[in-house]
Design a protein. Structure first.
Length: 368
């Protein structure tokens, strides 16, 4: 039940990129948000996002923002490899957090962050936006209530055009620190592990290929592998983010199959039901390219811009988090512990592919 006397919110947004803007515009419309402050190293982004959210304060120093007395909650939406320091600074204030995945890009840093969140006893959740789409919620409910019996096999296949990969590799000085599993495959992984939350993974076997992105940016094209659970059930996952830039899916095209002793559930999340073809360049999606003139509408995970507002899962995720902060509501957000577990599993995929052998789970930071 919601609290009868909701708390007012002073919100810090650290990272004024695409996601910071999306969430900031949603927060600006929330009735309990009294103050919005922004931090980003790029002054042009600060100016743009401040104008769109009517933010009360903007700075290039996230520590200056997080020290302000008005701040009671924070969204950490910097580039993936820059999450750690803002999270630790927010922990010092003891404020509620919504952190874009992952907690960190290295397992040791992720464990350090998780330990500090636990020590500070703060409410910190992580942005696995797919959990807020109705089809995955409907699937979760059927699995949770035993409609399939005991789940024995899950498969997932994620396809993405290479714009996502090229943008991520462009923003890092060390391509070995990122991979399709760590950056993007983690979304499918989280959905499946969320449904199989009672099962304990004990082993993983994986392989990767780099024939397309390797020559371009020393990147990995695709990874496929199998997780074995303690009870013998299996999860087979495949992720490729090396599809051509003209692939119509703005970002994610996902298929999942869940088989149990009493039933089966298949989910087509490829977005091929609404197809746009036009002579005009399409700007939707991640790092849009002028060649994109065909689009699977709805394939951009945050949602769609319509009538001047973001509509879809990222809006619902942000609104529910703000309600969680001000009214103490229970939500389906991923916890920091779950996010650390997902990073560990994606790192294990990459480690198994690198060593070309099965890896026992869990792995530790020194293994990764």
């Amino acid at each position: 039940m919601a609290k009868k006397n909701p708390k007012r919110i002073g919100l810090a947004i650290v990272g004024a990129g695409r996601v910071g803007l999306f969430r900031g515009e949603v927060a600006a419309r929330h009735p309990m948000v009294d103050f919005i402050g922004l931090a980003d190293l790029r002054e042009d982004r600060l100016e743009l996002v401040q104008s769109k959210t009517r933010a009360d304060f903007a700075t290039t120093d996230f520590r200056e923002l997080l020290k302000r007395p008005e701040i009671t909650a924070a969204i950490i939406s910097t580039d993936e490899h820059l999450h750690v320091e803002p999270i630790l600074a927010a922990c010092e204030r003891g404020i509620s957090l919504l952190i874009e995945k992952p907690l960190a890009t290295e397992l040791a840093a992720s464990k350090r962050v998780l330990d500090q969140i636990t020590k500070s006893k703060i409410d910190a959740v992580v942005g696995y936006t797919q959990r807020f789409r109705r089809r995955w919620l409907a699937a979760k409910e059927k699995v949770r209530t035993g409609q399939l019996g005991d789940v024995t096999l899950v498969t997932s296949r994620a396809f993405m055009n290479r714009l996502v990969a090229l943008d991520n590799y462009k923003r890092t000085s060390d391509p070995s620190k990122i991979s399709p599993m760590v950056i993007s495959g983690t979304h499918a992984l989280d959905i499946v592990m969320w449904m199989m939350e009672a099962k304990k993974p004990v082993e993983i076997y994986a392989r990767s290929v780099d024939k397309a992105l390797g020559p371009l940016c020393k990147g990995i094209d695709a990874t496929a592998g199998t997780i074995v659970f303690e009870d013998g059930s299996l999860y087979h996952a495949a992720i490729s983010w090396a599809l051509p830039t003209v692939w119509p899916g703005a970002v994610y095209s996902l298929e999942v199959g869940i088989t149990g002793t009493e039933g089966v559930l298949t989910i087509d999340d490829t977005h091929r039901d609404i197809v746009l073809a036009t002579t005009r360049n399409q700007s939707e999606g991640y790092a849009p390219d002028a060649q994109r003139r065909v689009d699977f509408l709805g394939s951009y995970p945050p949602g769609d811009m319509a009538l001047g507002e973001l509509r879809g899962p990222m809006r619902e995720e942000t609104e529910q988090w703000l309600n969680r902060v001000c009214m103490g509501l229970t939500t389906q957000h991923a916890t920091a512990a779950e996010a650390h577990n997902r990073l560990m599993l994606t790192k294990a995929f990459d480690l198994s592919a690198k060593r070309k052998k099965a890896i026992p789970l869990p792995i530790e930071s020194e293994d990764a």
